[in-house]
Design a protein around this ligand. Structure first.
Ligand code: DX5
Ligand code: ZN
Length: 217
């Protein structure tokens, strides 16, 4: 599939989200950060926002669920129109059952790991997943500093994917910018979320293209 750039609308202007998505026409996905003020200390959107955004753009939606009880909640986001649904393994009791359910719904199934969660215990799950998300900040807010301590986990995840011969995408999220994206790509990531880097740029779409060029270099 190659390199994919996935701007997060967390740092966009919430009063005009439709227009804000119109400013990132070169994006492969729109990353929608769903927060419930329990799993993380911040509150954003629910399934009705996914439904509204899916009618506002042709770019597929990548829902990143930072919520409790993903087992019952995540399928609602696939139903609302998210093409990819990412659940955190820390808030999921039965990740295999959930991944299968999401795939049955026609969505891509993706599993996220917080910075302190290791990938090795989940190795056997890789064939059940379309993507693994390695968080490179503690989830909850945009604009945080990239955690270099997560780079070895990106390398390990890529090595495990090679070992199992799976096509699973490897996404990074948190502090991804022109400064840090090359490090992530070199470690093996191929899908890059960028929030503040894109939406604090004067021309967000030009930033998407610049990030892509850096990651491909
Ligand atoms: C953080 C979110 C990220 C966030 C990224 O919890 O999951 O998607 O929007 O924002 P930046 O790129 O500013 O770190
Ligand atoms: Zn995110």
């Amino acid at each position: 599939m190659g390199i994919q750039i996935t701007p997060s609308i967390l740092n966009a202007d919430f009063a005009k989200l439709g227009e804000e998505i119109g400013r990132i026409g070169s994006a492969d996905w729109v990353h929608v950060d769903v927060m419930d003020n329990h799993f993380v200390p911040n509150l954003t959107f629910g399934p009705t926002m996914i439904e509204a955004l899916s009618t506002a753009t042709d770019i597929p939606l990548d829902a990143h669920l930072m919520i409790e009880d993903c087992d019952t909640q995540a399928p609602l986001y696939a139903e609302a129109g998210a093409s990819s649904v990412t659940f955190h393994v820390e808030s999921t009791k039965a990740p295999i059952r959930l991944a299968r359910e999401l795939r049955n719904q026609g969505a891509r199934a993706s599993m996220a790991l917080k910075p302190a969660t290791p990938i090795e215990p989940y190795e056997a799950l890789l064939p059940e997943l379309d993507m693994v998300l390695i968080m490179t900040v503690e989830p909850g807010f945009g604009g945080q500093k990239f955690l270099d301590l997560c780079l070895p986990k990106i390398r390990t995840a890529r090595a495990l994917m090679r070992k199992h011969g799976v096509e699973t995408w490897l996404q990074v999220d948190g502090g991804v910018s022109l400064e840090t994206i090359e490090r992530c790509a070199e470690a093996g990531a191929d899908v890059f979320v960028a929030g503040s880097a894109v939406y604090s740029a004067a021309d967000p779409d030009a930033m998407v293209r610049e990030l892509r060029a850096k990651a491909e270099a």
